[in-house]
Design a protein. Structure first.
Lengths: 198, 290
């Protein structure tokens, strides 16, 4: 990756946005590489976590947000635990995904946003996770309808591990309250993400 | 009598039913009262915190508020739920602006002071290993158990409240106390890829294969877990992984309350050991435990 380091190339706004939303001081990173060394999925990432930190410092949002890095973060918290500069790196990865999902940047992954949407929709509508519905919806929307159906899915159903009936909030008043709550959250989220830097 | 609010989590009423059954059985035996939280809401698991900070704060807050109102510590047997509850509690405590927003959304005021504990800590620390040892009916002699902690009950240290993040020993101590043999191995806190179970399955297969291979190489008979997500990756995906590695791993994966239940004298069906993909029956019979 070619990048000419000049003061005029550094886009401060991106770093400031990430720092505001994650409440982490990313400029503290001194590139020791401990996060990348411990990361179990660094092997599959376009840029390992330490490189992502540097890219945020330099405001390289085009390159970072079109890479798979944040989407491949599995939230195991190893980087956060080991960072000698006490940056919550996993939270920074979360923040990048939040920014992308709020429509601030183009999404560079198909699978996880679809899964998240279905998962949270299930919580919104039932209060809990309805596994069978969720897996079915995910398989259909990700255009891979028979994924994990045989033999794992069938065996799970035979063993009574996945039920056909959703377990959910059964009290209708609580359910309506739950849906209303989600609506309020969505409104507040929009305000927060698009808030201008002070 | 120890009394705790019980947040079972979504997995425990479906894919990890046996964990719920074994947990309730063991707690009843030990006279620990698990108080069910009425109409609890999913903690948001692996998705809420990567989609919206506020959703990730509100979902666990509902249960936390209930526990606080009833003046009870709150526990979850699932590492992911525990992590979300505890992380939520810490965020609410340290971030007044977020707390205010959560109060506006839920319409309730609270202090964020309920104690959040993983089930392992309730049983092995609060109740106490010595007290458990006094109730053991069957020593698990000759069984080599690799305790697998995974990510979310160990990291970060503010959440686990454990300074031995790289080498936790709580479950290993339980293994010794029950007369079994704890296995020393390298992958006890490595990640199984839980969040990607359905989305990026090839990563899950690789990470879980590494864990299973190391446990096998270190001589484990069984792997003991305290999280339904770790369990489904290590157990339900094990046949696929065995095929991938071209070996037959045949490594049963048990929940820690099931192992505890065996030592307390419960039988195969009581603990729903038949629900596992890798049936532990032949092994336990050979060791004279069943």
């Amino acid at each position: 990756m070619k990048y000419e380091l000049q003061l005029k190339n550094i886009k401060e706004g991106f770093r400031k946005d990430v720092e505001r939303l994650s409440k982490q001081k990313i400029s503290n990173c001194y590139q020791c590489g401990k996060c990348s060394a411990g990361c179990p999925v660094a092997y599959a990432m376009d840029y390992p976590p330490s490189m992502a930190m540097r890219m945020i410092q330099l405001g390289m949002h085009d390159q970072l947000m079109s890479a798979n890095t944040s989407w491949f973060c599995v939230s195991c918290e190893t980087c956060t635990t080991r960072c000698p500069r006490e940056i919550d790196i996993a939270k920074v990865m979360d923040t990048l995904k939040i920014m992308a999902q709020a429509g601030k940047y183009k999404m560079s992954d198909n699978e996880i946003p679809i899964f998240d949407w279905i998962f949270l929709k299930s919580i919104e509508l039932t209060g809990k996770i309805y596994e069978l519905g969720m897996i079915g919806a995910y398989n259909v929307l990700s255009l891979n309808p028979f994924k994990d159906v045989f033999p794992m899915g069938v065996k799970m159903i035979l063993k009574g591990k996945i039920s056909f009936i959703p377990h959910m909030i059964y009290n209708p008043f609580e359910l309506i309250k739950n849906i209303r709550m989600f609506r309020k959250i969505k409104k507040k989220d929009r305000e927060r993400i698009y808030e201008k830097n002070a | 009598m120890l009394k705790v609010a019980y947040f079972p989590g979504c997995s425990l009423s479906s894919t990890a039913k046996e964990y719920d059954v074994a947990t309730r059985l063991v707690c009843e035996d030990l006279e620990i009262e698990l108080v069910d939280i009425p109409e609890w809401v999913c903690c948001g698991a692996t998705t809420a915190h990567i989609t919206s900070e506020l959703t990730a704060a509100v979902l666990p807050a509902k249960s936390l508020i209930w526990a606080e109102k009833h003046n009870l510590p709150i526990t979850s047997p699932c590492s992911a739920c525990f992590s979300r509850l505890k992380m939520g509690q810490l965020n609410l405590k340290n971030n007044p602006a977020l707390k205010k927003e959560v109060e506006e959304v839920t319409g309730e005021t609270f202090e964020a002071k309920a104690e959040v504990l993983h089930l392992t800590r309730v049983l092995l620390e609060k109740y106490g290993l010595e007290n458990i040892q006094a109730k053991v009916k069957k020593q698990l002699k000759g069984l080599k158990i690799a305790s697998y902690y995974g990510c979310l009950m160990t990291r970060p240290p503010e959440v686990s409240e454990n300074d031995r993040v790289e080498n936790p020993m709580l479950m290993d101590k339980m293994v010794s106390a029950l007369g079994a043999e704890p296995v020393k191995w390298a992958y006890k806190t490595e990640c199984c890829g839980a969040a990607f179970s359905l989305t990026k399955t090839e990563i899950v297969r690789k990470l879980s294969a590494d864990i299973l291979k190391d446990a096998k190489a270190c001589g484990a008979d069984v792997i003991m877990v305290a999280c339904p997500l770790c369990h489904s990756n290590l157990d339900a995906r094990q046949p696929e992984i065995s095929k991938l590695l071209k070996t037959n791993l045949d490594l049963p994966v048990l929940y820690f309350t099931q192992v505890l239940g065996l030592a307390l004298g419960y039988e195969y069906m009581d603990l729903m050991l038949n629900k596992h993909f890798i049936d532990p029956k032949p092994l336990l019979k050979a060791k004279g435990i069943l």
